[in-house]
Design a binder for this molecule. Structure first.
Ligand code: MN
Ligand code: MN
Length: 310
């Protein structure tokens, strides 16, 4: 007589710890990368020659002249989105997202992407919460802030997850390349939250992504350096760093030392690596540098957004 295997339910405490790690990873990658945003790898190596030519500490500075541990739009837009989802009963709907992003813009963020600004100004004029489809709006500004959607829709059917992902993305970026990246990131984070291995995520998510959108291909390409804000270059750098499987810290150090849009590649890589490697993998010296208010908000949103799904 055979016994049917019990359905494998992910352990709730483990999912929560990975969710917190993903949110903290996003903020840490943003804070680490912002120091070298828009620098080239050669400039970074020169600037950090006193420590082996590698940038690996959370020290602030950069073109935005940040305090150590201060974050930028990647994290603060994510937090604004998370608040909007929570005060909208756990639903991800364009009008609530658009109002939250507009309020975020009014509060004078330290940085803001051009596509985000243009389409939020259009929302102010027209009240239409969805940007018009545009083949030019293929920046990484919707992808950098997807994490709250991954948490709020954890356990939902895949089609519903994809719909929610596009609802938040299209407020500012209504573009097929951006959608492909956003949907991939949300589903990959959810796989890691369930405890899936990198190899499983490569098979289930990364291979299909690259076969659907060959531009995201990274394996046969030379090392992607100076990734721009174009979501294609962003994803090439992120995937090359993640696929190496060299641990949370090394993964983030790898991606930000490529320079370019380093706060955003750092944020996206940090979110994936946090979910994959978990809380214990995050260096305590980085966590102790992170802005304490941001630290608290990331932890509490991770908990509340996941709770909203059950
Ligand atoms: Mn930024
Ligand atoms: Mn950026």
């Amino acid at each position: 007589m055979s016994v049917a295997p019990a359905a494998v339910e992910p352990d709730r405490a483990d999912v929560l710890a990975r969710a917190e790690a993903a949110y903290l990873g996003l903020a840490l990658g943003d804070a680490l990368g912002a120091t070298v945003e828009f620098m080239t790898p050669r400039e970074i190596a020169h600037h950090f020659a006193h420590q082996g030519g590698v940038h690996r500490e959370i020290i602030g500075g950069g073109w935005l002249k940040l305090k150590p541990g201060q974050v930028t739009d990647d994290t603060t837009m994510s937090l604004a989105l998370g608040e909007a989802i929570l005060s909208n009963g756990g639903r991800v709907e364009a009008p609530a997202c658009a109002r939250a992003f507009d309020a975020w813009m009014r509060a004078k963020p330290v940085d803001i992407g051009n596509t985000v600004r243009r389409n939020l100004l259009a929302f102010r004029r027209t009240g239409e919460p969805q940007a018009p489809a545009s083949e030019h709006d293929a920046g990484n500004g919707a992808a950098m802030r997807v994490l709250p959607v991954a948490l709020a829709t954890f356990g939902w059917p895949e089609d519903a997850v994809r719909d929610a992902t596009r609802a938040q993305a299209h407020v500012t970026h209504n573009n097929a390349m951006s959608d492909a990246a956003c949907e991939f990131l949300v589903l990959a984070v959810q796989d890691f939250l369930r405890g899936d291995s990198l190899q499983q995520v490569v098979q289930r998510r990364i291979h299909p992504l690259v076969s659907d959108v060959p531009a995201f291909g990274f394996g046969d390409r030379p090392r992607r350096e100076n990734p721009s804000g174009w979501v294609v270059e962003t994803m090439q750098a992120v995937l090359q760093a993640v696929i190496e499987d060299h641990g949370f810290e090394n993964c983030l150090v790898d991606v930000v030392n490529r320079g370019g849009d380093a706060d955003t590649t750092g944020a996206i890589t940090g979110m994936l690596a946090g979910a994959m490697y978990g809380l214990d993998a995050i260096p305590s010296r980085w966590l102790s540098q992170l802005d304490s208010n941001v630290h608290k908000r990331c932890e509490s949103q991770a908990r509340q957004l996941l709770a909203a799904t059950s």
